[in-house]
Design a protein around this ligand. Structure first.
Ligand code: NAD
Ligand code: UDP
Ligand code: UDP
Length: 322
């Protein structure tokens, strides 16, 4: 039986978002107490509505660019808009969320002696000149472009995590997350998997930016959450950064064909201009994750896409609250 001392109080910032809501669910399943903090910029109450009746779940509307005083044992810092459309909508706020948000959450971790995990990103590698990307690669990032608010914000957050460790002995963990998809992605957030599935289901043209030869490696959300939780459980001397993602690499054109096939759609392809600084290729080297976490993705693209299609079918069904 759990007693007061053995229970873990876990703070999830960005807990009402796509990844955050799955993480909250899994932490509750594991018997933890979960404090979900979110300002609902891109997250929704619908994502976590099913968790509200759980007495071990608590929801707080709060913007992490402001201080937060709570008592917790572990912090997953996921708050930050993740899709290009959303993080470019208010770029100054995006940088503040990454940088001021990290300072506040690290200050909190320092005060209460909590372990803290940062949801960093493959974007810290920018448009990479090393392929596949290993954690040793320092990246190729434009500091003044449209993606910079996100990329440089996340890079600065990583710096803060390692300085809080060196300067204040805070127990930190940094995950560099590669493209992840699955149920509860926002239907309008512009990311490629959700865009293609929604377009396929509606019979609208599938919008390919550029020639579609750029590559990404897509990880299903359940796999990613496993990786994050395993990382949190590592010994205190393991900080990362560690790549978490699925190393199976596909061109965007291949993804479009797969979505058309699996939705049974009659959608045609529509080629649009490539956004600036759009990385040409991206594939994680997950050697470190395999070794240090004993983790690797289990779910193949086809299976994950099918599950995601099911979610969007329900969401888009007539009468459903989208
Ligand atoms: P998301 O947009 O669905 O979730 C982000 C959540 O953070 C939302 O609920 C949003 O309302 C909240 N938020 C934003 N700014 C906030 C603030 N200032 N204070 C409090 N809450 C705030 O995106 P996601 O895909 O779930 O991403 C979660 C985290 O993982 C992000 O930090 C993102 O950078 C990182 N990440 C995601 C991916 C991916 O492919 N999904 C890849 C790399 C990194
Ligand atoms: N902070 C917070 N919650 C806490 C402790 C600190 O939000 O429980 C914030 C606080 O506002 C501060 C920031 O974290 O600005 C950094 O804290 P730290 O102790 O590192 O620095 P200082 O308080 O000296 O600025
Ligand atoms: N993309 C596309 N059509 C879309 C949305 C995205 O071709 O409707 C492309 C985009 O240009 C990029 C890739 O798909 O090359 C992944 O885009 P996403 O925004 O999902 O993630 P990120 O660029 O951050 O990896």
């Amino acid at each position: 039986m759990r007693n007061y001392n053995s229970r873990t109080r876990v703070l999830v910032t960005g807990g009402a978002g796509f990844l955050g809501s799955h993480l909250c669910e899994r932490l509750l399943d594991g018997g933890h107490y979960v404090l979900c903090v979110d300002n609902f910029f891109t997250g929704t109450k619908e994502n976590i509505a099913h968790l509200l009746p759980n007495p071990r779940f608590e929801l707080v509307r709060h913007d992490i660019t402001f201080p937060l005083y709570v008592e917790v044992d572990e912090i997953y810092n996921l708050a930050c808009p993740a899709s290009p459309i959303h993080y470019q909508y208010d770029p100054v706020q995006t940088t503040k969320t990454s940088v001021h948000g990290a300072i506040n959450m690290l200050g909190l971790a320092k005060r209460v002696k909590a372990k803290i995990l940062q949801a960093s990103t493959s974007e810290v590698y920018g448009d990479p000149k090393v392929h596949p990307q290993t954690e040793q690669y320092w990246g190729h990032v434009n500091p003044i472009g449209f993606r910079s608010c996100y990329d440089e914000g996340k890079r600065c957050a990583e710096t803060l995590f390692f300085d809080y460790r060196r300067q204040h002995n805070v127990r930190v963990k940094v995950a560099r997350i590669f493209n992840t998809y699955g149920p509860r992605m926002h239907p309008n957030d512009g990311r490629v998997v959700s865009n293609f599935i929604v377009q396929g289901l509606k019979g609208e043209p599938i919008t390919i930016y550029g020639d579609g030869n750029q590559t990404r490696s897509f990880c299903f959300v359940d796999d990613l959450i496993d990786g994050l939780m395993k990382l949190m459980q590592t010994a205190d001397d393991f900080t990362g950064p560690v790549n978490l993602g699925n190393p199976n690499e596909f061109t965007i054109r291949q993804l479009a064909d797969k979505v058309i096939e699996l939705t049974g759609s009659k959608s045609k392809l529509a080629f649009k201009p490539l956004p600036s600084d759009d990385p040409m290729q991206r594939q994680p080297d997950i050697t470190l994750a395999k070794k240090a976490l004993g983790w690797q993705p289990q779910i193949r693209l086809e299976e994950g896409i099918r599950k995601t299609i099911q979610y969007f079918q329900t969401l888009l069904a007539p009468g459903a609250a989208a």
